[in-house]
Design a protein around this ligand. Structure first.
Ligand code: MN
Length: 501
């Protein structure tokens, strides 16, 4: 426990320490007798994940939940027992993590797998801490992947590359994204990994000398021109990101200008721009290669100025300029925001949640089809969503308060038009019943088209279902009206007086 606390760079209050100690001992005891493949105690895993998370996000409840995250699933101790000991907040976090795990297994062979997982992450995003725990869990599994059974390694690594690394990137946690990518790259594409590594090593050897020189002259120039800066460091492009870039540029390494870059950390944004001006005075910039992510940050919040310049030998180098705060945020992303806010004023966490939802929104914008996205924006916002399952394990996300009727229409219009009843989690239910987070719903179909009434409209919460029902009712009513009109006309003859001559 002492070691555990020492590995987290944060000063906890005695009360917080007490809670962490309790969670530590509780989880350790629950996992007793369980071992990892290398014979280590299983508890190494949850405590390792908590240490990883603690580097960026030393929030006590979240760390306690991380220590306990595999207890309900892998031991005899139930979630209820955890809730009794640690309260609803920690139990809810653990429950969220467990739910994410379930879906992964259910849908691993499904072609909508990636899409479903993305949806699920959004659905659980009500509490971003669940995602942070899941990412730390995955980080530890990837760092110790040799202790996972060989037949599972490829699956885990693929999933990491397709789901977890992009999510870490999306949240702006650059350090985790980079590491997750490179660790899985090695397993998913071993041959390409070796080739890229060889290529990078050669490039570095070629550039080492001139890199040092340029660093020296940059330091000199900035000092003589009176530009304040905190540090200049060299950064080498990560293997997986180099591999992806090479793919884009027909494997032509000369077209890639940021294999090595010099990163200048400044105190203020003004210093960044001042330094940029000076650098361009002394080094010829490559036209069209200046990217100002300070003025226009990337969607995940990344801020920096990038420019590519020529060295004396005519080699190109990328130079990145940012403040120390921007640098910190590029590493820790959303975790940095959240934690600083929590430490400062508690009311800012609402603003962060709003920011987070906005981030998810732009993510949604990038990935799903525009009509679907627009519709989801209009009616039902992310924060009030529930996710439920089809009998096959597909996920449907619906607004809170949605009923069986909404679910049926979300699965298929035809299913909405031909339903008689439903089973929720295996029990008979009414089509008007409200759904709850995690429900599994089976619709009981009939051949005949169902008769929709105003009750249907009252129970439906989604635009889709409501529109379908309204349209049905309009058509249906129109049919009746027309028939009445027809009947009337047939039996009704206008008095002579009104007849045309
Ligand atoms: Mn785990």
């Amino acid at each position: 426990m002492k070691n555990f606390l020492n590995s987290i760079p944060h000063k906890f209050t005695p009360e917080q320490e007490k809670l962490l100690f309790k969670a530590f001992e509780f989880a350790k005891k629950a996992h007793e007798g369980q071992f990892r493949k290398n014979g280590e105690n299983y508890f190494i895993h949850p405590s390792g994940a908590a240490i990883i998370l603690g580097q960026f996000f030393p929030d006590t409840s979240t760390l306690a939940a991380t220590l306990l995250h595999d207890v309900p699933e892998d031991t005899k101790v139930t979630l209820k027992a955890i809730e009794a000991e640690f309260g609803p907040e920690i139990a809810r976090l653990i429950d969220g993590v467990t739910q994410l795990g379930h879906v992964r297994m259910k849908n691993s062979k499904d072609k909508f797998y990636v899409e479903n997982l993305r949806k699920l992450f959004i659905a659980t995003s009500q509490d971003i801490r669940v995602i942070l725990i899941k990412l730390a869990d995955r980080m530890h599994n990837m760092r110790t992947i040799e202790f996972i059974p060989v037949e599972k390694q490829l699956k885990v690594a693929k999933e990491t590359l397709e789901i977890y690394a992009p999510i870490a990137g999306r949240l702006g946690i650059g350090a985790w994204k980079d590491e997750l990518e490179d660790l899985s790259f090695k397993i998913v594409y071993p041959k390409e990994y070796e080739e890229t590594k060889k290529l990078l090593d050669e490039e570095l050897k070629n550039r080492e000398e001139s890199l040092k020189e340029i660093e020296k002259s940059l330091t000199h120039i900035l000092r003589t021109e009176g530009i304040k800066f905190l540090s200049i460091t060299g950064r080498v492009k990560r293997l997986y990101s180099l591999f992806r870039k090479l793919e884009k540029y027909d494997n032509d390494v000369t077209k890639i200008h940021d294999i090595v870059a010099l990163r200048i950390i400044n105190k203020s944004t003004a210093d960044c721009y001042a330094a940029l001006g000076i650098i361009h005075k002394y080094f010829q910039p490559l036209p069209g290669r200046i990217k100002d992510y300070i003025a226009t940050p990337k969607p995940n919040g990344y801020q920096s100025i990038h420019t590519t310049v020529f060295s004396k030998e005519g080699k190109t180098f990328e130079i990145q300029l940012r403040t120390d705060l921007m640098d910190e945020e590029a590493e820790r992303g959303v975790a940095a925001h959240w934690f600083y806010a929590e430490e400062g004023k508690p009311e800012t966490s609402n603003r962060l949640q709003a920011k987070w939802i906005k981030e998810l929104q732009s993510w949604q914008e990038e990935t799903s089809n525009p009509e679907e996205f627009l519709e989801s924006l209009k009616i039902d916002f992310f924060r009030d969503r529930i996710f439920v399952f089809t009998p096959k394990g597909d996920i449907k996300d619906l607004p809170a308060g949605a009923s069986v009727i909404d679910f049926a229409f979300a699965v298929h219009t035809d299913l909405g038009f031909h339903m008689m009843g439903a089973k929720i989690n295996g029990k008979m239910a009414s089509i008007y019943d409200e759904l709850r987070q995690g429900d599994m719903i089976e619709i009981i179909k009939i051949k005949k088209e169902s008769v929709m009434s105003r009750h249907w409209l009252e129970a439906a919460k989604t635009h889709n279902a409501r529109n379908r029902i309204r349209r049905y009712m309009n058509e249906h009513n129109k049919g009746v009206f027309d028939r009445i009109k027809e009947l009337k006309l047939k039996d009704f003859t206008l008095p002579k007086f009104f007849r045309k001559k």
